[in-house]
Write a protein that binds this ligand. Structure first.
Ligand code: ZN
Length: 81
């Protein structure tokens, strides 16, 4: 899965001198950042791990924490939709 999107943020648009320009731009930006963070954390959680392999829950503390971040970011994103 790729975090790269074709609709990259447009910097230097006419009007205001700095990004973001509107509250909706700001929300779009935050939503994209959360979506990117979800992908990043999910990929980290899915990495092969010797500690996970021997853990009784098949998930070590570090990788369980990665999934907790995914859950937290998903809840935040859902609240913004
Ligand atoms: Zn692990």
């Amino acid at each position: 899965m790729s975090a790269v999107r074709e609709d990259a943020p447009v910097l230097g648009r006419t009007g205001a001198g700095s990004y973001p320009y509107t509250a909706e731009d700001d929300r779009d930006f935050a939503r994209q950042a959360l979506a990117d963070a979800i992908i990043y954390r999910a990929m980290a959680a899915a990495e092969p791990c010797p500690a996970c392999a021997v853990h009784r829950a098949l998930l070590c503390v570090a990788h369980a924490a990665e999934l907790d971040w995914v859950s937290a970011y998903r809840a935040m994103l859902a609240a913004m939709l």
